[in-house]
Ligand binder design. Structure first.
Ligand SMILES: [Zn+2]
Length: 245
């Protein structure tokens, strides 16, 4: 049976920058991969040729679609929550949107950010991880959003939830307590794909050389923290997110 992976992010370019190597690796292995991005990135400092928020989000949606194609993502979707303000979004509304998508996509594995917001501690990343974690749990329960179940979206228990994490800190920033690494995925075979996907975000072009430098220096692996499993188990170090499935 086809295995499925769902990645839940905050901004167009997260799918490439934080998750791109893993998405590309599993796409190549025949896993059906999906990305749900909560905002269209209207608050970005770098705005390309856009002269309004509407123009910028239209561009960023196109860039996201091109990046997803590069990464072999089967289904990519950008929702319309306000960039920079996920901490003020309605918890039940966002979680309901994500639960509905999990019930439709029916992933085996869900990837997102941890509640610390990754190495940059970005509040939107933190909130995307919080909403995704709730949705991972609630999608499987028939007493959460029962109106969806009555409408035909049957409950779905994904098997594993992972948070993006790492082994580096950023100089000149406040320290961040990151989730411990429990899985490392060798992405060296798809480094160029990850870079090309990020480069599709042409409005963010001023960030590209910094990104490229970091990926070339540290980017041979993407690191993960196993945050929840459908069956009780002890954590073991993994080199494959689908091990045991
Ligand atoms: Zn982001």
């Amino acid at each position: 049976m086809t295995k499925r992976l769902l990645c839940i992010t905050a901004h167009p370019d997260d799918e490439a920058g934080n998750f791109g190597g893993t998405l590309a690796i599993y796409g190549r292995r025949g896993v059906e991969t999906s990305v749900i991005c909560l905002t269209a990135g209207a608050a970005a400092r770098h705005r390309g040729a856009a002269s309004s928020d509407g123009q910028l989000t239209a561009l960023r949606r196109e860039e996201f679609a091109r990046s997803c194609r590069r990464l072999g993502v089967s289904h990519g979707e950008v929702l319309d929550y306000p960039d920079g303000k996920l901490a003020s979004a309605q918890v039940l509304k966002v979680t309901s949107d994500l639960v509905l998508r999990i019930r439709r996509i029916r992933p085996d594995v869900v990837l997102t950010f941890g509640p610390e917001g990754g190495v940059t501690a970005h509040a939107d990343h933190a909130m995307a991880g919080m909403f995704a974690s709730l949705a991972f749990q609630w999608a499987g329960r028939d007493d959460r959003f029962p109106e969806q179940v009555q409408g035909g979206a049957s409950p779905h228990r994904s098997r594993k939830l992972y948070y993006s994490t790492g082994l580096i800190t950023l100089e000149g920033r406040q320290p961040v307590a990151q989730p411990p690494v429990t899985a490392s995925i060798d992405i060296s075979a798809v480094l160029d794909v990850k870079l090309a996907a990020f480069q599709e975000h042409t409005t963010q072009a001023p960030l590209y050389s910094i990104f490229q430098g970091a990926v070339r220096r540290h980017g041979g692996f993407e690191h993960w923290h196993l945050a929840a499993t459908a069956e009780p188990q002890r954590a073991e170090f993994e080199s494959d997110l689908f091990s045991g499935l």
